[in-house]
Design a protein around this ligand. Structure first.
Ligand code: IDP
Ligand code: MG
Length: 147
């Protein structure tokens, strides 16, 4: 069973979108195995976005992601990395397919409401950055067989 790291970014938290985003995830049949509201400090932000160091938007990105609480999650399910990315839509909300989270809730690339790991390698790395092993639960749900 695959796991991925997803977070509602500070704009999504500020705008009261945690519940709606979580509802979409739950209704899809994806299992939440960890979740917490947390504030990202600069060090963690730079580790998380290390691949973007040196890009023109890097400073804005770090300032933004550390500007307020985020809602951090670990999601579990078959092909959950790609599924979560598809549900989010493309990075630029203008190019995101209609019905995706970024298409529905965002306008600008640098305030695009949600993050999701883009590969098994980044999922593993990001889950370890944001969660201790004991914070990630393993449990059965009665509906598992129906999903
Ligand atoms: P992703 O979040 O869809 O994986 P990445 O390319 O990994 O997109 O970029 C990380 C985040 O950096 C984006 O979600 C967005 O918030 C921001 N970002 C990416 N490209 C740009 C840009 O060209 N201008 C401003 N912000 C950007
Ligand atoms: Mg990315």
């Amino acid at each position: 069973m695959e796991q991925t790291y997803v977070m509602v970014k500070p704009d999504g938290v500020e705008r009261g979108l945690i519940g709606e985003i979580l509802a979409k995830i739950e209704k899809k049949g994806i299992k939440l195995v960890a979740g917490k509201l947390m504030q990202i400090d600069r060090k963690l932000a730079e580790q998380h976005y290390a691949e973007h160091i040196g890009k023109p938007f890097f400073e804005d990105l770090i300032g933004f992601i550390t500007s307020g609480p985020v809602f951090a999650m670990v999601l579990e399910g078959d092909d959950v990395i790609k599924t979560a990315r598809r549900m989010m839509g493309k990075t630029n909300p203008l190019e995101a397919d209609s019905g995706t989270i970024r298409a529905e809730y965002a306008i600008h690339t640098n305030r695009n409401v949600i993050h999701g790991s883009d590969s098994p390698e980044s999922a593993k790395r990001e889950i370890q950055l944001f969660f201790e092993p004991h914070e990630i639960l393993s449990y059965e749900k009665a509906v598992d067989a129906w999903i």
